[in-house]
Design a binder for this molecule. Structure first.
Ligand code: ATP
Ligand code: MG
Length: 637
């Protein structure tokens, strides 16, 4: 076994050798002439001259060895349905979809916007686009008309693929009216809308524009649509960032570099082997869904589970906190990928559920998307008894920046740390105002990447190279580096700790404090389930910290005396951990925190409410009552 240090060093010092070797993990129609072209920084072209196809690598190339093996397992606890597509069947469906898109006028380079629930047709549509060289733009199905309209205008799709409805917690969410409204709001008009009809909600079809998937599919039952060989640098898709910190950015990705990056990560980081089953609980609307529900596992020849539903609901629609574990048992899942939010939800369930199922197939649980607090990490790690691999990345990167590559060399995880830099990523910590590199353990700086960024990393912002350079590469003085906009520190062993977003810093009487550090301290209190800390303008101190806490037992906060006592305990805790300056001015108890639909805390919205400002773009927000609770608490104070 190679040592990870050597593996990593080669990726940074000899990227051409390193990535040429990784490129062998996928099929190339035409070999590349140049591994890395970094002549025009910060732009990078990977595998120039090469031709390949993502759909070929995800589907067709597996037919020789595993045509009848499961490829896509579509499970919906919302509709109580479960369907397995083998690689052969997947290829057939994808060709039907590809032929249908072509019949609707879609050509290479055209955009196809996909606004769909977590159903198999969504994956068919993505793979069909990849097959014919169309650029897919998946918009998260939970978004309302306003967010959808702005994305339609940005992507200017020739065709939109959608469905009558999605469903969440047994409640039908009609998509078609939302789409119609978005199309009324947007300036751009697609030539056609292709609709999957799940018969969950009535659909009014617009004559001449709206077409039913069942009908087009019928017309193309035996369609043979060969994979279009694409330049490695051809755009495969665009996807928007979560919008946690502001206006979402349209991330653009290539074809060959992405395929290689995913194949390599499946091998070295996720340790997923052909013939096994991978289960990512994300949504195709997010980057994790692109990389590790659809493309990554399939490229690796694995079956992938596509799951529609809550983590706490059974196939019969009844509450069932063990549903995910039952799927792990049933499909012998070897690698599972989820988010800390989901684990926190499960943590509120009966712990016996973890022992009810045979989870012996599972080798690791990967968690990403937000900070993994230690109590949550410990709980799930003790419950599953497999390594919990926190991994840190962004929509922009497409695959983990920090993690542990156990398949290269086994390394221990450290609670609270998403790990060490992954191969290909030249991660540095820079001083925020001088741009100087911080090399001593424990020094806090901005996490940045030195170019060239590795394969799979975003090429640019869709149709806006200038915004790409200005937004990401010019924020630190004196050097052109990619800023992640996250704070971090590194310990003596090289493990990184992410301390929050660079804009989540508050300034209390001249002291700069990361809200995340305060949250970490508060979440260590035994009765606390979740917490959000934001800065609020204060005439005396500049800013003060405000803490909004969700208790494990919500009833506790109903008792005013108990709440007061708890507030005192929490303040004392922060005093001890971080000092009196960090102590929140107020601790308020709520039953839920406002989050994006991907489960990220919407601190900017909470802060705006605290300061009596407009909460801004809330279209990506999940549960509006959570923000209302904050409003009520602030008004009551
Ligand atoms: P926007 O860029 O639109 O404001 P966003 O940053 O939330 O939204 P994503 O690309 O989905 O959009 O999220 C990436 C961010 O999520 C990272 O920059 C980091 O702040 C956070 N993050 C992801 N994984 C982890 C992790 N394992 N630990 C801590 N933070 C994480
Ligand atoms: Mg971001």
């Amino acid at each position: 076994m190679t040592s990870y240090v050597d593996f990593y060093r080669q990726s940074i010092d000899q990227p051409d050798t390193f990535w040429a070797e990784q490129a062998r993990l996928i099929d190339w129609h035409k070999p590349f002439d140049r591994v890395c072209n970094h002549d025009r920084p910060p732009f990078v072209n990977w595998f120039e001259g090469g031709q390949t196809n993502l759909c070929h690598n995800a589907v067709d190339r597996h037919l020789a060895d595993r045509a009848d093996q499961a490829a896509l397992i579509a499970v919906s606890t919302e509709t109580g349905t479960e369907k397995i597509y083998t690689f052969k069947e997947l290829q057939v469906e994808v060709q039907r979809m590809a032929a249908s898109l072509k019949a609707l006028g879609v050509k290479k380079g055209d955009r196809v916007l996909i606004y769909m629930p977590m159903i198999a047709e969504a994956a068919f549509a993505m793979l069909a686009c990849a097959r014919i060289g169309a650029i897919h733009c998946v918009v998260f199905g939970g978004f309302a008309s306003g967010s959808l309209a702005s994305r339609i205008d940005d992507a200017t799709p020739k065709v939109i693929v959608s469905a009558d409805a999605g469903s969440r917690g047994g409640r039908v969410v009609a998509y078609k009216p939302l789409l119609d409204e978005a199309l009324r709001l947007s300036g751009h008009r697609p030539e056609a809308v292709l609709l999957a009809d799940r018969k969950l909600a009535p659909m009014a079809l617009v004559a001449g524009r709206d077409r039913l998937w069942t009908e087009l599919r019928e017309q193309h039952l035996d369609a043979q649509v060969p994979c279009e060989w694409l330049d490695s640098t051809a755009i495969s898709y665009t996807i928007y960032t979560s919008g946690t910190t502001g206006k979402p950015k349209g991330v653009q990705r290539d074809t060959g570099g992405y395929a290689v990056a995913l194949a390599a990560s499946m091998k070295h980081i996720f340790d997923g082997r052909a013939g096994e089953t991978y289960f990512s609980t994300s949504d195709i609307g997010w980057v994790v869904g692109h990389s590790y529900i659809v493309y990554g596992p399939l490229i690796a020849g694995m079956a992938t589970i596509m799951y529609e539903g809550l983590p706490t609901q059974g196939m019969d629609g009844q509450p069932n906190g063990g549903i995910w574990w039952s799927l792990v048992e049933k499909y012998k899942v070897t690698a599972m990928f989820s988010a800390p939010t989901a684990v926190r939800v499960l943590k509120k369930q009966d712990p016996a559920l973890l022992r009810k199922y045979d989870l012996s197939s599972l080798r690791a649980l990967f968690l990403a998307g937000e900070p993994l607090d230690e109590p949550t990490a410990r709980w799930i790690s003790e419950g599953l008894n497999v390594p919990i691999i926190d991994n840190y990345w962004q929509t922009e990167s497409g695959w983990p920046i920090l993690a542990i590559a156990n398949a290269v060399e086994k390394k221990p995880s450290k609670f609270g740390s998403p790990g060490i830099p992954m191969y290909g990523y030249n991660v540095k910590l820079l001083h925020e105002s001088t741009g100087e590199e911080l090399t001593k353990p424990g020094e806090k700086g901005v996490v940045v990447l030195e170019g060239p960024t590795p394969p799979g990393f975003m090429q640019t912002i869709w149709q806006d190279d200038e915004r790409y350079v200005e937004t990401y590469w010019k924020t630190l003085p004196g050097r052109m580096v990619y800023s992640t906009f996250d704070w971090g520190i590194r310990d003596a062993d090289g493990y990184y700790f992410i301390l929050g977003r660079t804009d989540d810093v508050i300034n209390v009487a001249g002291h700069r404090l990361g809200t995340r550090e305060i949250e970490e301290s508060i979440s260590g209190h035994a009765l606390v389930a979740e917490v959000a800390v934001v800065g609020m303008a204060d005439t005396l101190k500049g800013q003060v910290a405000m803490a909004f806490v969700v208790l494990k037992d919500a009833a506790l906060a109903q008792d005013a005396a108990a709440a007061l006592k708890l507030e005192g305990e929490i303040m004392k805790r922060v005093d001890t951990d971080l000092g009196a300056v960090a102590r929140p001015a107020r601790v308020r108890f709520v039953t839920a925190l406002p989050k994006t639909r991907s489960g990220k805390l919407l601190r900017r919205a909470i802060q705006a409410v605290c300061e009596g400002r407009d909460a801004g773009d809330l279209t990506t927000m999940d549960d509006p009552t959570a923000l209302q609770q904050i409003r009520d608490q602030v008004a009551a104070a």
